[in-house]
Design a protein around this ligand. Structure first.
Ligand SMILES: [Zn+2]
Length: 262
């Protein structure tokens, strides 16, 4: 997750100051709860051209919001029914912070994955190349900016992650995460290399030497098959996605209240 600030088209605090209603789209679960809490703010709920999308739920809700509204500013809020909150982060408190301009802004890097035949997916967490057959390893050749990085990787596949997504599947594989760049984690590789983190402008190419394999992105249900000789490229998108309150969304005090499945 980057910590730079960026200009939104219309920020919640600017909307409040100007008297213009903020156009908000919402998605997730228990949305009636959120609608009720939003009633006291200068906003209108819309299904098109939102200034802001509030995802209400967990990480999956945020990923779904980005899939449905790519590049539109996001504010992820965990629903209180499933996610107890620390004393600083009750939902009304967080919504006050949002409309008063007190929620920290972050820029979420996006990855674009392009496969054969025009297959395209984007991700704010990760792009995954997986073996297509549960009984067979996948053999890949990895290039970084057209330079061969691994002539042959044999394993269950790999994960290409953003800093934001590096606390997910990437971390499960590597036991670590990163703050800048793009990370590649190799899933059960036969050689010694578990992962590498490269510059954010690196173009990553994955050639399938022996499949079958498939690629997917975030929690998008779409799957694309990759056969022998196919290439997948992954690069950073030009425009990141502005997000409000990622630090609140990932607050350690809130996390401790739910980590035991509360
Ligand atoms: Zn908290």
């Amino acid at each position: 997750m980057a910590t730079n600030t960026a200009q939104a088209v219309l920020s919640p605090s600017e909307a409040s100051a100007s008297g213009r209603l903020l156009r908000i789209a919402i998605c997730g679960r228990h949305l009636d709860d959120l609608r009720q809490r939003l009633q006291r703010f200068p906003m209108v709920l819309v299904d098109s051209d939102p200034d802001l999308v509030i995802s209400y739920g967990g990480d999956g809700a945020l990923l779904g919001a980005e899939r449905d509204w790519p590049g539109i500013p996001k504010c992820p809020i965990r629903d209180v029914r499933r996610n107890p909150k620390c004393s600083l982060h009750g939902e009304d408190q967080v919504l006050d912070m949002l409309f008063e301009g007190r929620l920290r802004r972050s820029l979420l890097a996006r990855l674009l994955a392009e496969g054969p035949g025009g297959a395209q997916l984007s991700a704010i967490n990760d792009v995954i190349v997986s073996k297509g057959s549960i009984s067979s390893a996948v053999r890949t050749r990895i290039r970084l900016d057209d330079e061969v990085f691994q002539a042959q990787n044999v394993g269950d596949g790999l994960v290409v992650a953003t800093p934001f997504g590096s606390t997910g599947y990437f971390q499960s594989i590597t036991r670590g995460c990163f703050r800048v760049g793009i990370g590649l984690a190799f899933n059960n590789p036969m050689n010694w290399l578990d992962y590498v983190v490269v510059h954010e402008d690196t173009v990553i190419s994955v050639e399938i030497l022996r499949g079958p394999a498939l690629f997917l992105a975030d929690n998008n249900p779409a799957r694309f098959n990759l056969k022998d000789g196919d290439r997948l490229t992954v690069r950073r998108a030009e425009e990141p996605t502005l997000a409000y309150g990622i630090d609140v969304f990932r607050c350690r005090d809130c996390y401790r209240l739910r980590e035991n499945g509360v």
